[in-house]
Design a protein around this ligand. Structure first.
Ligand SMILES: NC(=O)c1ccc[n+]([C@@H]2O[C@H](COP(=O)([O-])OP(=O)(O)OC[C@H]3O[C@@H](n4cnc5c(N)ncnc54)[C@H](O)[C@@H]3O)[C@@H](O)[C@H]2O)c1
Length: 352
């Protein structure tokens, strides 16, 4: 298999996970680095031995030897950068969320169809070892039909600030940032049923709570607590064509006793609790069984998930196969996310 020359756009917090995984992959050369922050780009290029450094992505995309691009920038640039990369003949791994609007998502889809390039969406939790294991159980029909799922990602005081809290750059708050992970996991394991209606609420009650002491949390590279116009909490019920439903709640800030993540799916023959800790639930011989599979960790393994995600992307670039986290799935997720915001804004259930 030929080696893949990678370019990274955006060298803030999450790019480190991409870069470490690319560096560990023998089929990859980290060739070019781009960030509008020149110092950050230079530091990262030096750290990972990249030959080229750019402040402007258009200059970087002119490099003929680049095969593929990782997009690790603010959400409002994802569509523009994906489209420019595809037009320049590069494969694309774009961080979640795919973009901000459904129109942008469909535009990327339209351009991608005109090329033979790979587009993978960075819903990294599909690549966590535990997710991959339970997916094989799902495919083996261990759980019957899933009719209900619950997705939660609640932070007490974890607004990342900076662009994350600036709606124009992020597209929204915890829903589009962390909600996308847990919705996607449930939807993927449920077999990607077609969403038909959404009833949702968003709340802007607590602000970013940067005043709260002694609580470490994920921050944007250019952290700034002064700008905040995103929701601090959202909840929703999503109904699917097959009758199944998904209940969601997410927050950046909330008066709760602790942070909580839940990914739970309930089927006709059994259930899965993927988060906070992996458990399988079933019934045999008139007895309820709570099964603890033998795994390296019952919790999300972020580093391993990124390694698997990046390795899968490189394999798809080499083979031309459609990624597990496909562009079409990313577009459908944008319909769900935008539907949640629309229902909350209109204060009524909406149909998709
Ligand atoms: N998969 C995950 O678990 C996960 C976790 C965190 C963030 N993310 C996603 O990764 C992306 C980046 O998040 P982050 O936390 O690294 O943010 P960050 O603020 O730490 O870094 C973003 C970087 O992108 C640069 N940038 C922005 N627009 C640019 C442009 N047009 N051209 C060149 N450089 C540009 C900024 O200067 C900054 O250095 C977001 O889309 C976010 O949703 C994913």
């Amino acid at each position: 298999m030929s080696s893949i020359n990678i370019g990274i756009i955006g060298t803030g917090s999450i790019s480190q996970f991409h870069l470490d995984a690319y560096e560990a992959n023998q089929n990859v050369k980290i060739t070019a680095i781009c960030d509008q922050n020149k110092k950050r780009a230079n530091d990262i290029a030096q750290k990972y031995g990249a030959e080229y450094v750019f402040e402007n992505y258009e200059d970087m995309l002119q490099l003929k030897e680049l095969d593929a691009i990782s997009i690790c920038t603010w959400n409002n640039s994802h569509a523009k950068l994906s489209i420019a990369s595809l037009k320049a003949g590069k494969h694309v791994l774009v961080e979640k969320p795919l973009c901000i609007t459904v129109e942008e998502a469909e535009e990327i889809q339209h351009i991608a169809k005109e090329t033979d390039r790979v587009v993978q969406v960075g819903v990294v939790r599909r690549f966590d070892p535990n997710t991959q294991m339970v997916k094989s159980f799902v495919d083996g029909e261990m759980f019957g039909d899933f009719y209900y799922a619950k997705a939660s990602s609640l932070r007490r005081a974890g607004n990342p600030g900076g662009w994350f809290a600036d709606k124009e750059k992020s597209g929204g708050g915890p829903l589009i940032d962390i909600g996308v992970h847990v919705i996607d996991l449930c939807w993927y394991l449920m077999g990607k049923p077609k969403p038909v209606s959404i009833s949702a609420n968003t709340y802007y009650e607590l602000g970013n709570r940067s005043n709260v002491k002694h609580v470490p949390f994920y921050k944007a590279a250019d952290y700034d607590p002064t700008k905040n116009n995103v929701e601090d909490m959202a909840n929703s019920i999503i109904r699917f064509e097959n009758g199944a439903s998904l209940m969601l709640d997410v927050s950046f800030t909330l008066h709760a006793t602790k942070d909580e993540t839940a990914v739970k799916l309930y089927g006709t023959k059994g259930g899965i609790e993927l988060a906070p800790e992996l458990k399988i639930i079933t019934e045999q011989h008139d007895t309820m069984l709570n099964i603890l599979p033998q795994t390296v960790s019952p919790k999300l393994d972020v580093k391993k998930a990124f390694t698997n995600e990046i390795n899968h992307f490189i394999e798809c670039c080499q083979s031309g196969e459609e990624p597990i986290s496909s562009l079409d799935d990313g577009v459908q997720m944008m319909r769900i996310l935008n539907g949640i915001y629309e229902s909350a804004n209109r204060r009524q259930e909406i149909t998709l």
